[in-house]
Design a protein around this ligand. Structure first.
Ligand SMILES: *Cc1c(COP(=O)(O)O)cnc(C)c1O
Ligand code: SF4
Length: 265
């Protein structure tokens, strides 16, 4: 954290924690040691320092508003922050990570969407874990984000044992997201969080689940399965292995049905 509230781990993007408060508190949350500590919430002086930091680092091409939930801030504060960020010439895109479309959909209002539209384009990454969370009310609000806010909406999910660790549930979730207007972006392996061991499935099972899904359903519906390396290593993808053998002048692949194909280039 170069300044309070900012994590700059990857070269070109910085995560900016604007609030430590959420509408619900998730047992698997990777930041649960920090969320709900409202006294830690950055104030106006911290914002100024963060904005100075972003301005002084031309390698930062993206700022991600995160938390807790950044939609805790009022529309006028978000409007101010988005205008400040969009004024920095080297910032290529702004993203907002929020669970409110799931946990407090009534926060998505025409006024909030007007703010988003003013700062087009804004990318919203939300967090649905189960098809049951895709209620009619949530779907209506996603539609409002896309139509009135001109936002691009993506989703990250956490793979949770006994909740969504089956092909049927994940396929229903990914189709459901796409039909709501959301592109599935990441499926996270459950982080090493105190008190959440019972939610973790083996990585090999996660890889197998994704292998059964890829190829069967549209690529538009398929997120990338990733693990965030504890200790600041960042996220790495967990791809399934399709290349069976590399010969001197050909490659042997096994496709999603389990059939072998040898190609010569
Ligand atoms: C996840 C994460 C990001 C965003 O990574 P993307 O792969 O671009 O979605 C940025 N900074 C930190 C610290 C993160 O954990
Ligand atoms: S809404 Fe997000 S930040 Fe808040 S507790 Fe849940 S996972 Fe953590």
């Amino acid at each position: 954290m170069p300044v309070k509230g900012v994590t700059h781990r990857y070269p070109d993007r910085a995560l900016w924690y604007l609030s430590h408060v959420c509408a619900v508190y998730c047992r698997f949350c990777t930041r649960k040691r920090k969320v709900s500590q409202s006294s830690q919430t950055p104030d106006g002086e911290d914002w100024k320092q963060a904005l100075e930091y972003f301005k002084s680092r031309p390698e930062i091409r993206e700022v991600i508003l995160s938390g807790g939930d950044p939609l805790n801030l009022s529309d006028s504060k978000l409007d101010f922050l988005l205008s400040e960020l969009k004024r920095i010439p080297h910032i290529n895109q702004v993203r907002i990570h929020t669970r409110y479309p799931v946990t407090l959909p009534m926060r998505i209002t025409p006024e909030f969407c007007a703010v988003l539209r003013r700062h087009f384009p804004v990318f919203i990454v939300t967090h649905f874990n189960h098809p049951k969370e895709l209620t009619d009310f949530s779907r209506e609000k996603i539609r409002m984000l896309v139509q009135d806010g001109s936002a691009t909406v993506l989703n990250q999910s956490v793979l949770l044992k006994g909740i969504n660790d089956s092909v049927e549930t994940l396929v229903e979730l990914f189709y459901g997201l796409t039909s709501a207007g959301i592109k599935p972006y990441y499926l996270h392996h459950c982080d090493e969080v105190y008190g959440s061991a019972h939610f973790r499935v083996p990585i090999s099972k996660g890889v197998e689940l994704m292998k059964s899904i890829r190829g069967r359903i549209s690529g538009l519906c398929v997120p990338l399965y990733v693990v965030d390396l504890t200790g600041g290593g960042g996220k790495v993808p967990l791809p399934a292995e399709y290349l069976e053998e590399e010969k001197s002048s050909s490659y042997v692949f096994r496709n999603y049905r389990g059939d072998l194909y040898e190609i010569g280039y």
